[in-house]
Write a protein that binds this ligand. Structure first.
Ligand code: SF4
Length: 375
């Protein structure tokens, strides 16, 4: 099995916290879609022999494409790659784009999962973050998507927002849960250097929350989501039974994937590749049959570290027999030695042949993971 990731880098406006590769150059959307389709054809052998079980349109904002543009990319995928039965096909959307008309036409395409960047239900915070939708817009978008027949909806939230209180975060979570999303991802807001939000923080326009407040908000998140029946299956992800993101899960299950589009990453089990993060150079390269990308061949130690980094974030953790199969005795011994100390400290547990974080360890996951990283 393999996955396809399609990067759509267009955004109507840049959010104040965003450090991802995206562009507001709308006039080259058509050229970009042509290049994307060409890249999909050029690289059809990248995951040769593997059936595609998940397809993910991420961004940027994929819902800024017209239905015709999305249709062209989808039909190129379906006519070029072997697609499994019942694949998971996700599209990331901005709530403002999800009008009944757009959703009705989107339903004609293979998308069966919608991932919505909501981030907050507080209009003051949304404005500060530079989001183009409001809390009311997010409520409406979910209602529209349900009415259009989507039964797999994920929403993204951010916690530890500037000057936010525990009560405000609780309100955000209650609003999210009231919408009954099938899946919820929640990320800690990061102040990335060079972003307008970072500069505002430097100017002293607001306060960054301290570590204690961060941890408290994370704790409230876990309690609220579990209480509402969601499984905490990865540090930042919660799902109703059976609604775990299959595409994201494939990243930590070592499944190969091909990523097409500017700044998209690919992985084939032994190397990682990433396309240039510049839309014009990307298009020029593809049009000239010369893709602009970089490649990194992974050593066994790097693959081991990637596995620790991704797998330990999951509730299922690291299956020890699988590890033995994949990595040398040296690395397995290294992992078990480091794990022993963390088990003694109550941060890790070994259950049913799996090594995973305890409820205590989840709160200091970065530090625990660091201990198992091979240096
Ligand atoms: S919509 Fe997403 S990718 Fe676009 S600017 Fe905002 S955070 Fe960045």
């Amino acid at each position: 099995m393999a996955g396809i990731y399609i990067h759509i880098p267009f955004c109507k406006q840049r959010c104040n916290y965003c450090a991802f590769y995206s562009t507001t150059l709308y006039n080259i959307k058509e050229e970009y879609v042509n290049a994307l389709c060409k890249e999909l054809l050029m690289r059809k052998d990248y995951v040769a022999g593997d059936v595609i079980s998940t397809i993910y349109f991420g961004g940027g904002t994929p819902s800024t494409l017209t239905i015709e543009q999305l249709e062209r990319v989808c039909s190129t995928i379906y006519s070029t790659y072997p697609i499994a039965e019942n694949p998971e096909v996700t599209i990331e959307c901005n709530p403002d784009d999800l009008t009944p008309e757009y959703l009705e036409r989107l339903k004609e395409l293979p998308f069966n999962r919608i991932s919505m960047g909501v981030q907050s239900f507080n209009n003051i915070q949304l404005k500060r973050l530079g989001r183009r939708h409001t809390a009311e817009g997010a409520h409406l978008a979910v209602a529209n998507a349900r009415a259009a027949g989507y039964n797999n909806i994920s929403i993204d939230l951010m916690f530890a927002l500037p000057d936010s209180t525990l009560l405000e975060w609780q309100h955000d979570l209650e609003s999210a849960i009231a919408l009954k999303p099938d899946h919820l991802s929640a990320y800690n807001l990061m102040y990335e250097e060079g972003t307008p939000l970072y500069r505002a923080l430097q100017r002293g326009d607001f306060n960054e929350l301290g570590e204690d407040e961060n941890v408290k908000q994370f704790g409230i998140l876990i309690e609220a989501m579990k209480g509402a029946g969601y499984r905490h299956y990865e540090i930042s992800n919660f799902a109703l039974p059976g609604k775990e993101s299959r595409h994201n899960s494939s990243y930590w299950n070592d499944t190969p994937y091909i990523g097409c589009g500017a700044a998209a990453h690919s992985y084939n089990g032994t190397s990682r590749e990433w396309n240039i993060a510049d839309i014009k150079t990307y298009i020029e390269g593809i049009n000239g049959e010369k893709r602009n990308f970089e490649i990194e061949h992974l050593t066994e130690e790097e693959r081991y570290n990637d596995t620790i980094l991704t797998r330990l974030r999951t509730a299922d953790g690291i299956p020890l027999i699988w590890m033995k199969d994949k990595f040398s005795d040296k690395l397995n011994a290294y992992m078990l030695r480091a794990a022993e100390k963390e088990i003694a400290l109550g941060n890790l547990k070994e259950e049913n042949g799996h090594l995973s974080l305890t409820e205590k360890g989840i709160f200091i996951s970065d530090a625990v993971i660091r201990e198992l990283i091979y240096v």
